[in-house]
Every structure is written in C-alpha cells, then in structure tokens.
Design a protein around this ligand. Structure first.
Ligand code: ATP
Ligand code: MG
Length: 302
C-alpha cells in the first residue's frame, strides 16, 4: 500500500462507527502527458444570448490556453480523464440532488474542492470537474474562485480585473448574482475572486461569506456550486469554508501528499461531513493497487 492508501485505511478505521456518513469514495485523476489539441470537453458555443436591455459579459473559455497552462489534458488523455471525472462527479451529484434513491444531503449543492497542502491539484480538479458536470443537461454549474490569495481560476480565465467574491463580501449592497459571469460553455458560470484586499482572509471567514454561499445555493435547486479553496493546513479560512460546504472533495496528490497531512486535514473537517477523496496524478500501478485494496475495504465496511 502507498502512503495515501495507508492514510485512507487509518481514516476509515478511526472514523468507523463514529461517522457513518463519512464517504470514503475515492476516484482518480491521472497525469496527462503534454498539452495539445482537443476532444471530449464541452464545445465552446455561445451561451443563451443576454436580453437586449441587460448586456452581460460572456466569458470565453479558451481551451487551448487552458491546455497550455496544463489545466486541461492533452487530446490523447481527454477520454481517459473524462472517464475518471465521470466517476468523481456522479456520487457528488447524487448526494447534492438526492438521486440514486438517496436523500439530498444538507447544503450538498455546495461542493468545496480542498486539499491538505498547496499544489495537490485543487484548481485542476475544480476546473475539470466543472467541465464534466456542465455536460449534464439538467444541471448548471457555478465555479467559484474561493482561493482569493492565489486566484488561479480568475487568472486562467483572464478575470483578475472583474468584480467578484471579495467585492460582494466587502459591500453588503452588492448582489452576488450581479457579479456571476456566464461563459461560452453551456451551463457553466463563474464567480471570480474579485479585487484584492488586505482583509481577504477575514472576509472569507465572515458571516457574510456564509450568507452569500447560502444565497447562491438557494437560488437554483439544479445549480451545483464548486468552490476552489486554499489548502486546509495552510490557512484558517479554508476550515470555515469546509464547515459551510455540504460536500468536500479532498484532493490527495499520489506519492506526494504525506499521509500525516491527509490525516491532519481530515481532522479539521467536522465529523459527519460528506467527503470524497480524489487521488490525483495517480499512475496506473497506484490505481490498480488501490482498487484491489479498496475493494476489500469496502466489503469490510458493509
Ligand atoms: N491530474 C493532473 N494531471 C496533470 N497535471 C496536474 C494534475 N493535477 C494538477 N496538475 C498540475 O499540478 C500543478 C498544481 O496543481 P493545482 O494548481 O491544481 O494545485 P492546487 O492544489 O490548486 O495548488 P494551490 O494550493 O497552490 O492553489 C499545476 O501545474 C497543475 O497543472
Ligand atoms: Mg489552486
């Protein structure tokens, strides 16, 4: 077993019986080789035209640029990655909407993409998950750049100068819906980080943040909200975000994130929270090993 696998086993054992709602789902996002061309992601077509009286900016998603930035996979990897993200998204959507015979979990529409440490792959996961979820015809997806200190999503989509989350948190009179931007990927919208401020950390951990997130999720029962976030072990505000989100995707970088960091990060998340684990940048061998292990573990839990 790898370090991560041992960590997961420990987590499952330590939480067994205490937190029956712990979802030890694990999914994989492998490492694409080199960026180039196109394939399985949603086509860039115009979103529904804005009403003539309210012209709104439609953000162009430049997939070539995202590939060049290594946030989308190269064409030869797209099919495999799309398959992996289907596995990742399905239980998340099911829990959010109460599908597959389940009851919707409280605030399950708000999904925080978290990790223990910097560089584990939160932003990569967030963006690829958003694209994958936006393929679902009966959903809409809102991607929030909640890593305001390092607003990678805003940067990648060229939205650094747009008003966004921080502006709404600073100004109570600003309606969050007014700063959400449509994109030219059908059903996908984005909330940029907004204008930087020295009190960004405090704003992110504020009661206003909680109110804004609740407002966003209450607005549309078919909207899934994906929140990119700062690393759990490095910042305090991400713990506040974790307490608000109904579901948490914890990204673990294969062969890199130390076991103790994964355990410590999970300890910061309250018991009973729905957690999915994504083993990111896993090689074929790691995946095979884990499936063998997890198959056993899952049957032990039943
Ligand atoms: N599955 C993957 N395949 C290939 N490259 C990946 C994958 N996941 C992440 N990366 C690359 O690893 C680097 C770190 O990923 P990313 O920026 O998503 O991490 P992060 O957790 O958001 O980091 P930070 O905490 O600094 O915001 C990036 O260069 C990204 O392109
Ligand atoms: Mg990031």
């Amino acid at each position: 077993m790898s370090l991560v696998e041992r960590a997961l086993k420990k987590i499952q054992e330590s939480r067994a019986g205490v937190s029956p709602k712990l979802d030890a789902d694990i999914a994989f996002a492998s490492r694409p080789a080199a960026p180039v061309g196109s394939a399985a992601m949603p086509e860039s077509v115009e979103a529904a035209p804005a009403a003539p009286t309210t012209p709104a900016r439609v953000v162009h998603i430049d997939r070539e640029a995202l590939r060049a930035a290594r946030v989308l996979p190269p064409p030869q990897e797209e099919r495999a990655l799309a398959h992996e993200y289907r596995h990742i998204k399905r239980p998340l959507i099911a829990r959010a909407l109460g599908r597959m015979g389940g009851t919707p979990i409280p605030n399950g529409h708000l999904i925080m993409v978290a990790s223990a440490l910097p560089g584990d792959g939160k932003t990569f996961t967030c963006i690829n998950l958003a694209f994958s979820m936006a393929l679902e015809k009966d959903l809409s997806v809102l991607l929030i750049d909640g890593d305001v200190a390092k607003p990678q999503i805003s940067e990648l989509l060229d939205l650094r100068s747009e008003p966004g989350l921080l502006d709404v948190l600073r100004d109570d009179s600003l309606d969050v819906e007014s700063v959400i931007l449509s994109t030219d990927v059908p059903r996908l919208s984005v909330l940029p980080a907004g204008q930087q401020t020295d009190v960004a950390t405090e704003l992110l951990a504020s009661a206003r943040m909680e109110a804004v997130l609740r407002q966003i999720t209450a607005r549309d029962p078919n909207r899934i909200v994906l929140l990119d976030s700062p690393p759990l072990l490095a910042t305090s505000e991400s713990r506040v975000l974790a307490s608000i989100a109904g579901q948490i995707v914890l990204v673990v970088r294969a062969n890199q994130t130390p076991q103790q960091a994964v355990v410590d990060a999970l300890d910061l998340i309250e018991e009973g929270k729905s957690i999915g684990l994504v083993l990111n940048q896993a090689t074929e061998n790691v995946r095979k090993g884990y499936y063998d292990y997890y198959g056993q573990s899952a049957s032990n839990q039943d």
